[in-house]
Design a protein around this ligand. Structure first.
Ligand code: CA
Length: 368
């Protein structure tokens, strides 16, 4: 388009177009002032989670030239941790949130697939499913009845199996075990005979300390170290079979988004993508050092779940997914897409990631 045509189309008279300033000034002034509030599931300052929500808001502010501002509140500051989705859905004063989709399982069972699937995709696989395998469309469809729009918010990578005060030597050791574990992983532990509780991050330490629970999973070495679980638990188990590529979600009230100019919607998308990438990279960059600190400075006892235990948990996981899918139409649709995509990505992983990891297996020994 020639410059003159553009100006004509934009309804700007020739007289106003004599200098660049004159052309640009009305455009800048036309950007509306928008003020939003975002609530999160995270304790204050939690790195790459609460910090990422704050970073996302800062990006929005910068990209909009200061016109679109989102004020971020940690868990409990405006609403309790697990009320994030409900607050965004209601939307009268809170337009945005940062949470994890498995916390919405009670309202929408299918939501759990967008957070973490036991023995499912890792973070690379989840990203690929969201962006190139129809996963994000299904996520939007799952939240549409609630008037909420989701965006992936970055991944923790493979989590740790959790903190235990009882040893897990056989699958029977889950019987009667009181464990804090959310999402599909929690349902698998229930199937193994455990008693599952769902308390938000800020309450786990006290529950472990008082023996209200025998075990808890949280995230990975960096976050677990900050929470101080090594002070109240004997064993630190791996791998995090229950959350192999857990994703954070950014959620937005649909009506609030629809009121935004297209430019601001694009800014929101770009900010979510950038903050999400920062989250994924931050976890990957920090967990190795944090794990070394836990083992060598805090003298944490690292334990691997025995293979027969993992094998049985995998059987329970498969049953769990099938049972939920049989009861909920949207969960079935999402699970079908997820499994189909997993098979395709897995085929490639079998000859790319897997033999590569095996080939470098002795390159990074865990020693002081
Ligand atoms: Ca977790």
């Amino acid at each position: 388009m020639k410059r003159r045509d553009f100006l004509k189309k934009a309804g700007i008279g020739a007289a106003a177009a004599t200098t660049a300033t004159a052309v640009n000034a009305p455009f800048v002034q036309a950007r509306p002032k928008v003020r939003w509030k975002m609530v999160t599931t995270w304790p204050p300052k939690l790195p790459y989670l609460q910090d990422a929500a704050v970073y996302m808001a800062k990006l929005v502010e910068q990209m909009s030239g200061g016109q679109f501002k989102i004020r971020v509140y940690a868990a409990g500051e405006l609403v309790p941790a697990l009320q994030t989705f409900a607050a965004v859905r209601e939307g009268s004063t809170i337009q945005a949130g940062s949470s994890v989709a498995y916390y919405q399982a009670g309202k929408a069972p299918a939501a759990q697939w967008f957070a973490a699937v036991p023995f499912g995709l890792n973070s690379l696989g989840m990203s690929a499913w969201f962006n190139s395998g129809g996963g994000l469309e299904l996520w939007e469809e799952t939240y549409a009845p609630f008037g909420v729009i989701p965006r992936p918010g970055g991944s923790t990578g493979v989590q740790m199996g959790g903190w235990f005060n009882k040893k897990i030597e056989t699958i029977d050791d889950f019987k009667g075990l009181k464990m804090r574990i959310p999402g599909l992983g929690g349902k698998v532990v229930s199937k193994a005979g455990g008693t599952v509780t769902l308390v938000p991050g800020g309450e786990i330490f006290t529950n472990m300390e008082r023996g209200v629970i025998d075990a808890t999973e949280w995230v990975g070495p960096l976050h677990d170290k900050i929470m101080g679980f090594y002070k109240v638990a004997k064993y630190y188990y791996y791998p995090g079979w229950h959350e192999p590529g857990a994703f954070v979600e950014y959620i937005f009230n649909r009506k609030a988004v629809e009121k935004l100019p297209a430019e601001y919607r694009a800014i929101l998308d770009a900010a979510c993508a950038q903050a999400g990438a920062w989250t994924t990279q931050g976890f990957n960059a920090s967990n190795g050092q944090a794990l070394r600190d836990l083992i060598f400075k805090k003298k944490v006892k690292l334990m691997r779940f025995p293979d027969p235990v993992l094998a049985q948990l995998k059987v329970y996981a498969k049953e769990t997914l099938a049972e939920i899918a049989a009861k909920d139409k949207q969960a079935k649709k999402v699970n079908d897409s997820y499994q189909k995509f997993s098979a395709i990505v897995g085929t490639w992983g079998e000859i790319s990631e897997k033999p590569y990891y095996n080939a470098i297996a002795d390159k990074h020994p865990l020693s002081g």
